[in-house]
Write a new protein. Structure first.
Length: 74
């Protein structure tokens, strides 16, 4: 027999009601250290964008051609 919603316990069907005292908990202020961490992260992000080169060239391997035509690069 397959269980139906009417067979389920009432805790699964409806959320529990909170007591009146816990209905609207007061929000705690953000601690100063968290504000400082967010400010530092923002500063690092901004400075990183300012110092980045707009046309950054990808570094590659420089291969010079030989001076003598019969020499082969291996």
């Amino acid at each position: 027999m397959t269980p139906t919603f009417s067979d389920a316990p009432p805790t699964l069907l409806a959320p529990r009601a909170r007591p009146a005292s816990a209905a609207s908990p007061a929000r705690r202020a953000m601690p100063l250290r968290h504000k400082l961490m967010l400010a530092l992260a923002l500063e690092i992000l901004v400075l990183g964008f300012r110092q980045a080169e707009p046309n950054a060239a990808r570094s590659g391997i420089l291969i010079e051609s030989p001076l003598l035509p019969h020499h082969i690069i291996t």
